[in-house]
Design a protein around this ligand. Structure first.
Ligand code: F6P
Length: 326
């Protein structure tokens, strides 16, 4: 039998579409199990400064369809220090909060893991990031919506690319992961993707040019994952201008567009399932785990595993892109 009577919930790091659906599910899951809920604003920052409010079921009405996070979010340097974490712990004790549910990406879960260990405090995490870079879950909350936003943008860029016979490098987010670029390229019918995961083993640009751009078309679209390793779209385009001056090159950086917008059906369902699962984990006395989804089933992944391991790119997708873009 769980001893958790009051939970705190926060979102931290970069926002992701579906975070509101997760906040709603966690809140309602907790209340329906007799727990009370405190909403903590601006992530770990608000936990330290005490920006905390009682959350009832009506606080989460009418938010499932909204992008961003009603709890706001922040990246917090103080929480990286022992003093900051001690202040956060004192706030939790002061507010009578027995367990934390945190929604965020790699940085959020790293902070959660250290905090949970330091104070022997129960924390459950939900993977909320458009980057899809957390190990132990097939997908993260926000990834599907961001992918769909990318498709919308690429479809539009294709109109102008083909009218001008241009080669476009479109930069997508992902921090150091190429999931958005690779799957975005497959789904948008792009000619290639340049991703960090294979940058050390292949010269993806040279390979693409050697293969010859699509014979049936004079324009081409290449999705480039942002990263120091790939050089980003600007870096790749600079190289093309020097080494392959015959191409009329343009760059488009999609940027924070990818983080906004109403969550897709898939993200809303995923976030709702994971939110309920987070409460079930606490009821079950599970500690310091991230909820994940594998083959459509909810799983619990220890923080250490989710953070430490790099999530591998499915190599079959590289082949699929290569063949489908001949
Ligand atoms: O982790 C999500 C993400 O959008 C990354 O893809 C990107 O590198 C980063 O956040 C951008 O962060 P910020 O909004 O703080 O500039």
């Amino acid at each position: 039998m769980s001893t958790v009577k009051r939970i705190g919930i926060l979102t931290s790091g970069g926002d992701a579409p579906g975070m509101n659906a997760a906040i709603r599910a966690v809140t309602r899951g907790a209340i329906s199990n007799g727990m009370s809920v405190k909403g903590i604003y601006r992530g770990y920052k608000g936990l330290i400064t005490g920006e905390i409010e009682d959350f009832r079921t009506q606080h989460v009405s009418n938010i499932i369809q909204r992008g961003g996070t009603v709890l706001k979010t922040a990246r917090c340097d103080e929480f990286k220090t022992p003093e900051g974490r001690r202040q956060a712990y004192d706030r939790l004790v002061e507010q009578g909060i027995d367990a934390l549910v945190v929604i965020g990406g790699d940085g959020t879960l790293t902070g959660a893991r250290i905090f949970a260990q330091e104070f022997n405090y129960p924390v459950v995490g939900l993977p909320g990031t458009i980057d899809n870079d957390l190990f132990g879950t097939d997908v993260t909350i926000g990834y599907d919506t961001a992918l769909n936003t990318i498709l919308e943008c690429v479809d539009k860029i294709r109109d102008t690319a083909s009218s001008h016979d241009r080669l476009f490098f479109i930069e997508v987010m992902g921090r150091d992961a190429g999931f958005l670029a690779l799957n975005g390229a497959i789904a948008s019918g792009a000619e290639a993707a340049i991703i960090p995961e294979i940058s050390m083993e292949t010269d993806q640009l040279a390979e693409m040019i050697d293969k010859g751009l699509r014979k049936t078309k004079n324009s081409s679209i290449v999705l480039v994952a942002e990263s120091e390793i790939t050089g980003g779209a600007m870096g790749v385009a600079e190289r093309v201008k020097k080494e392959y001056p015959q191409f009329d090159v343009r760059v488009s950086i999609l940027g924070h567009l990818q983080r906004g917008g109403a969550p897709s059906a898939q993200d809303r369902i995923l976030a709702t399932r994971m939110g309920i699962a987070a409460i079930e984990a606490l009821l079950d006395d599970q500690r310091n785990v991230m909820t994940g989804i594998q083959n459509e089933e909810i799983v619990y992944v220890p923080f250490a595993k989710a953070i430490k391991n790099d999530k591998p790119i499915n190599r079959e997708l590289l082949k699929v892109l290569r063949i489908s873009s001949i």
